[in-house]
Design a binder for this molecule. Structure first.
Ligand code: NDP
Ligand code: MG
Length: 359
């Protein structure tokens, strides 16, 4: 059985993984749990799963813990930019990475994959769309382009968005997830981050990554082959499957991870998205086209904007305006290592906070 380190153990991804271990759908032994602020929940999990934990209070504490708990693979379910450091530490301490923390890919970009290659470690995506593509691609060499599905969030087609509250924005129609990713799903910033994530993970230019709105969240993504055929992955909207498929990758035959889909009464719809309605998705395409510091600044500005929105300091509609303003500052700087990535992240956060004072 694989020895598994779980980062973000108290979150939605961490919880789904631990439930799958508890009910036998995932064969893995948790050897360490990493959390951040929810000490009580972490202590309870530690007792229940009989494994040690650490609070990520500083880099040294995190590195000591990762180094001393020899795992085969780490599931990174940390929310936000802090996930990048954890991903790098896990790779450097000899672990493969089952990666839910999309910020690691968006910020780390080519550097993260170069590090994994240098260290001989694998990065297996957990994000449902990327998990779908990752597994579809295994069987096909002649992939022309990718089609990523988006639920469209709770406000699709709605015009009066100025008065939207954080609670309304966090109420996702099909997935149950943490607060930041749920709000990002309503603005399609989450899809924007995923377009950038797909660009780096599968080495695809933005023109080869299409987003389609698919309200049912049953088709998790598709690949188009050069011959014109399209292959899709379908399953219920449940993160257990991508988590189990990533952690147990290549080890056992997976059985009954999620209930099989019934086609007796299933309607699947697809529609285009509108650049004016979802400016954050359009901005992400530009950030991927430009690369360099742009993806890092996009993520940082969005984290600042969502946090200001959650504390009622800016309106819902200001989130995209703030990200756009931050990107206008220009991020044509190279990010060849962790220090330069974090420097750009820091500067982008400062610019975003300054810009927000004009709103
Ligand atoms: P949650 O908000 O539910 O959980 C976040 C977790 O990260 C918590 O365990 C939290 O700890 C921990 N955390 C926060 N900050 C830090 C830090 N500085 N250091 C260490 N741990 C920290 O988020 P989700 O589980 O929804 O999402 C996690 C990641 O997975 C995100 O990157 C998201 O985009 C991605 N993802 C999530 C999906 C989902 O279905 N939820 C689907 C696809 C991707 P504590 O509670 O102790 O503060
Ligand atoms: Mg996703």
């Amino acid at each position: 059985m694989r020895r598994l380190l779980i980062l973000g153990a108290t979150g939605s991804i961490g919880g789904t993984c631990l439930r799958a271990i508890a009910d036998g759908r995932l064969s893995a032994v948790p050897v360490g749990l990493v959390g951040h602020s929810n000490v009580r929940a972490l202590e309870e999990l530690s007792t229940r799963f009989n494994c040690p934990y650490v609070l990520n209070t500083c880099s040294a504490a995190l590195e000591d813990f990762i180094a001393s708990h020899e795992a085969d693979i780490a599931l990174n379910g940390i929310a936000g930019a802090a996930g990048l450091e954890a991903s790098l530490l896990c790779l450097r301490h000899g672990m493969d990475l089952a990666l839910a923390n999309k910020e690691s890919v968006v910020m780390g970009g080519d550097f993260l994959f170069a590090e994994a290659a240098r260290l001989g470690r694998r990065i297996i995506p957990v994000d449902s769309e990327h998990s779908a593509i990752y597994h579809l691609i295994q069987d096909h060499q002649d992939v022309d382009s990718l089609v990523i599905t988006a639920s469209g969030g709770p406000f699709l087609g709605r015009k009066d968005l100025d008065s939207v509250t954080p609670e309304e924005a966090a109420a996702h129609p099909t997935w149950k997830m943490g607060r930041k990713i749920s709000i990002d799903s309503s603005t399609l910033a989450n899809k924007g981050l995923e377009v950038i994530e797909a660009g780096f993970l599968f080495n695809m230019p933005p023109q080869k990554i299409e987003v389609t709105i698919h309200r049912q969240s049953v088709v998790h993504s598709m690949i188009r082959l050069e011959n014109g055929a399209v292959y899709a992955q379908l399953s219920p909207p449940d993160m257990t499957l991508p988590i189990v498929a990533a952690v147990d990758d290549r080890h056992s035959r997976l059985e009954n991870v999620v209930s099989p889909l019934s086609f007796k009464n299933l309607t699947l719809t697809f529609q285009d998205w509108d650049r004016k309605e979802f400016p954050l998705l359009a901005l992400a395409y530009e950030a991927l086209e430009r690369k360099k510091g742009y993806p890092i600044a996009y993520n940082a500005a969005d984290e600042v904007a969502v946090s200001l929105f959650c504390s009622h300091r800016i309106k819902y509609t200001d989130i995209s305006r703030l990200v756009a303003r931050t990107l206008e500052a220009g991020w044509d700087c190279e990010a060849p290592d962790y220090e330069s990535i974090m420097e750009i992240d820091k500067r982008a956060r400062q610019v975003a906070v300054q810009c927000s004072s004009c709103f």
